[in-house]
Every structure is written in structure tokens, then in C-alpha cells.
Write a protein that binds this ligand. Structure first.
Ligand code: GDP
Length: 455
């Protein structure tokens, strides 16, 4: 539902900063500018020009701050409405006072994501472009940023547009046949429909298959380091992050809590989790650490099974290996700067193995690339950066493919045109939920509520 009033919010993060920006959008933006901003010299604010002046409280005209103002008249603005931005000094109270001035001058405090929702409702961007803006803001690596940027620029929308156009063509052929039921669908039309549907199904399948990688690129992966005490887990975490966060010590079992760092492997965000060795212990604090480690084990996308290469494999290593069986594993043989006393034949079969030294750094780049290769396939990175990254999108694409499968099954047994059209229309409606054409309001509420206020 579109409400045609004027909204305002603080657009910059809360806290101390060089500047703070208050954004106002709606038909009263110009009037509010006149009441809260006094520019130097005569005349009003021209669109898309920056002005220096005083920001004032609208009732008594008391000075709040000196600052800058820019008015962006519709439709050349983020929301396609009249937008006013007031730039003042950063700081908790000051930006709040400027916001209050705008509210007293007639604006309403915006809901989370309401500016972007207006941009969507006014047709400036479609829903998947709007959703990509959250990803842009949350991106921590170049790769996730470039996928989010390509989605914002409309790459996914264009791919969906291509699929939608093909299916509408197929539907038009079937509808023509429904209108003239006395004539059978000729073989040329049948062939054309088959081709269009198969082509759409293929494109949807590529999107469906992009999800696993898309999710990895968007959210990153979590990697749990599992190894008995003293194999060098904390040292590896330190070596990978180049920061001395975990305490390195000779006493077994000193890493009592779960410690994690996010590292960037060629653009992939990787959460490396160091935990208490998964082992039996009488110590209460350590038991808690072990409990948390087991919790992390369930969630981890990958486990680094760490062993000390300078010692033979023992029963503790073996029981740990049993505990992590069923997970995706890389065996990491640490301390390769020391003579190798471990019998490699005892290492798990069919699992990539990397020899490293956390002490001198050897093997770390091989470890990074072993992690990367498991999760990122080269096709995805070299492609045009179109991937489905949210579960919502994936579920819709799966539903759309099911509609087409039903359609093809019914085509094969000569079902009536009306019934065939139902499946195609359902498929088109499903795709429309991604772009926003057919998304129910309740879903829009959920999507936009995950935005911050002021976005
Ligand atoms: P954790 O209990 O698995 O976290 O092991 P730590 O990282 O605390 O390391 C235990 C001991 O092994 C420390 O004395 C480290 O200096 C030492 N250590 C860790 N990695 C290496 C390595 O690659 N080579 C050698 N020689 N010593 C290491």
C-alpha cells in the first residue's frame, strides 16, 4: 500500500561522525526545507544544488546547526518523490534535533526501508533490485559486493525478463488456440511452445543451481577448526588473521571459549572458528567450551581436521575424526617445520590434505585455495555475476520449475489449452513474486522491515 505523505529519518549511522544526514521524502519536502533551512542570500532552493546555510527549529526559528541542504525534485531522486537532504555535524543529539525539526515541520518518522519501498512502489527499481541494496550495504568482500552491484543494476531482473517474455509468447500461442478451439494447434506452434518452455526451464535451472554459490558469496562460509589440544589451532587462527587474538600456550585445553575471525579468501567471506578441543574434561568451564564446540560443529560448512605432524596419530585424533564424520573435511597436518613422525596412511581417505606450519606460514596459501575451491566454482565467478542469493528467491524458482514440469507432462498427454495455460500463468505469477509484480503486501512488509531506518 502506498501512503502519499512525507517521511523523514536519519540516514547516517547513529553515533559520532564528521557529518550526519537527515533525509526527507514526499510532496512536502520543499515546504519543510523552507521551514528548517535558511540559506545564505535570496531565493529558494533549486533542485540538485548544494546550499550552505543554517538549520533551524521551525517554530521559534532557533539555530540548531550550520550545514548544507540539497533538494532533489521528483522524479530525479532516490524515491522518485521530492527529496530533501540536510547535512549537519555528526553526533547523537544534533542529528536527532535536526530530525525533530523536520518532524515538527510536518514530516512523519519513516518506517525501516520506507525510502527504498517508495523507490520500488514508484517503479524506479524492481523488488530484486531493492533487495540487492541490503546486500550492497552488508557486503564485506569485493565478490559479494560485485554480485550485489550486478543485481542492483538489474542483471537478475533482465534474466527474469527474458524468461517471462518467452513464457508470455508460449502463453499467447496457447491462448490463441483456446479462442479457436475448432482448430488444432499446428505442429509449428507446438514446436515453438516446446522450445520456449524448454528454454525458460533451462534458464530457471541455471538460476536454481546458482543458489548454493550465491548463498556462499552473500553470507560466506563457516569453517570450524577441530583438533586435540596443542595441535596448533590458535596459532593457525592467528596466522590466518595476522592478529594475536587467541592465547597461544603450552598447557592443553587453554582455548576455552569459541573464538572466531572473519577472513577474506579471494573475495569469499570465511568465518574461521577456533573452539575448545572436542574431548572429555572434568573442568566445568572447559566442558562449556566443548558443548559450544559441538554446537558449532553442527553449523559448520567445513571442518579443518587438524593434526600435529610431529607426533604419531593417537586415539584422541581418531575419536575426534569419528565425531566429525559426515561433515565436509580438509585434513590439516600442522607443524611441518618439524620432522614428520605422523604416518600419513592413517589420515582419512578421500579427503583433501594440506601440510602447513602455523609457525613459519608455509602451506597457508595452499590451505586458503583448498577452502576456496570447495565452495566457489570458477563458472560462477567468471560468469556475468547473476546468482540467486536468498532462500525466498530459490523457493520461488523451484516453484516456477515445477509449474513448467507440470506443463510439459500435460502437453505430452494432450490436455486442453485452458489447463495448459493455468500452469504457465502460475509460473509467470511465481516469477513476478521475485521482481515484485505479484508479491503480496505481507511479504513486502517482511522484506522492507529488514532494512535499516533511513534506507
Ligand atoms: P591449540 O591448543 O590447538 O590451539 O594449539 P596452540 O596454537 O596453542 O599451539 C600449541 C603449541 O604448538 C604452541 O607452543 C605453539 O607455539 C606450537 N605450534 C603451533 N603451531 C606450530 C607449528 O606450525 N610449528 C611448531 N614448531 N610449533 C607450533
Amino acid at each position: 500500500m502506498y501512503v502519499d505523505d512525507t517521511i523523514a529519518a536519519i540516514a547516517t549511522p547513529v553515533g559520532c561522525g564528521g557529518i550526519g544526514i537527515i533525509r526527507v521524502s514526499g510532496s512536502d519536502a520543499s515546504k519543510i526545507a523552507e521551514r528548517v533551512f535558511i540559506k545564505k542570500g535570496n531565493g529558494g532552493l533549486e533542485s540538485h544544488r548544494f546550499y550552505y546555510g543554517h538549520i533551524v527549529e521551525p517554530v521559534a526559528g532557533l539555530l540548531i546547526d550550520e550545514g548544507m541542504a540539497v533538494l532533489m525534485l521528483a522524479p530525479r531522486s532516490y524515491t522518485r518523490e521530492d527529496v530533501l537532504e540536510l547535512h549537519c555535524h555528526g553526533g547523537f543529539l544534533l542529528v536527532q534535533q535536526v530530525l525533530d525539526a523536520c518532524l515538527r515541520a510536518g514530516a512523519r518518522l519513516s518506517e525501516p526501508g520506507e525510502f527504498t519501498r517508495r523507490a520500488f512502489l514508484n517503479g524506479r527499481i524492481d523488488l530484486c533490485q531493492a533487495e540487492s541494496i541490503i546486500d550492497l550495504i552488508n557486503s564485506r568482500t569485493e565478490m559479494s559486493l560485485s554480485f550485489a552491484q550486478s543485481q542492483r543494476e538489474g542483471a537478475l531482473s533482465a534474466r527474469l525478463g527474458f524468461i517471462t517474455a518467452s513464457l508470455r509468447n508460449a502463453l499467447a500461442l496457447i491462448e490463441a488456440f483456446i479462442d479457436f478451439p475448432e482448430e488444432d494447434l499446428d505442429s509449428a506452434s507446438l514446436g515453438r511452445i516446446d522450445f520456449l518452455v524448454a528454454q525458460s526451464r533451462e534458464a530457471l535451472t541455471v538460476l536454481r543451481n546458482s543458489f548454493d554459490h550465491g548463498k556462499v558469496i552473500r553470507e560466506g562460509i563457516s569453517v570450524l577448526m577441530a583438533g586435540k589440544p596443542n595441535v596448533g589451532k590458535s596459532s593457525l587462527l592467528n596466522a590466518l588473521t595476522l592478529e594475536q587474538r587467541a592465547i597461544v600456550s603450552h598447557i592443553p585445553g587453554t582455548t576455552r571459549d569459541v573464538i572466531e575471525e572473519i577472513i577474506n579468501i579471494d573475495g569469499l567471506p570465511v568465518r574461521i572458528i577456533d573452539s575448545a578441543g572436542i574431548r572429555h574434561s572434568q573442568d566445568e568451564i572447559e566442558q562449556e567450551g566443548i558443548r559450544r564446540a559441538l554446537e558449532q560443529l553442527v553449523l559448520a560448512d567445513l571442518v579443518l581436521f587438524m593434526v600435529d605432524g610431529s607426533r604419531p596419530i593417537d586415539s584422541q585424533d581418531c575419536s575426534l575424526l569419528t565425531a566429525i564424520s559426515g561433515k565436509r573435511i580438509i585434513t590439516v597436518v600442522n607443524k611441518c617445520d618439524l620432522p614428520l613422525l605422523l604416518d600419513e596412511k592413517e589420515l582419512p581417505d578421500g579427503v583433501p590434505t594440506v601440510h602447513i606450519s602455523s609457525k613459519n606460514g608455509s602451506g597457508l596459501s595452499q590451505l586458503r585455495s583448498a577452502i576456496f575451491k570447495i565452495f566457489v566454482n570458477e563458472q560462477v565467478t567468471s560468469q556475468d555475476h547473476i546468482a540467486i542469493t536468498t532462500v525466498r528467491h530459490k523457493d520461488i524458482v523451484v516453484r516456477a520449475i515445477e509449474c513448467l514440469d507440470r506443463f510439459s507432462g500435460q502437453m505430452g498427454v494432450g490436455v486442453s489449452g485452458e489447463l495448459l495455460a493455468i500452469d504457465l500463468r502460475e509460473c509467470l505469477a511465481a516469477i513476478g513474486e521475485i521482481t515484485g509484480e505479484t508479491t503480496p503486501d505481507a511479504i513486502l512488509d517482511i522484506i522492507f522491515s529488514s532494512f535499516c531506518i533511513g534506507k
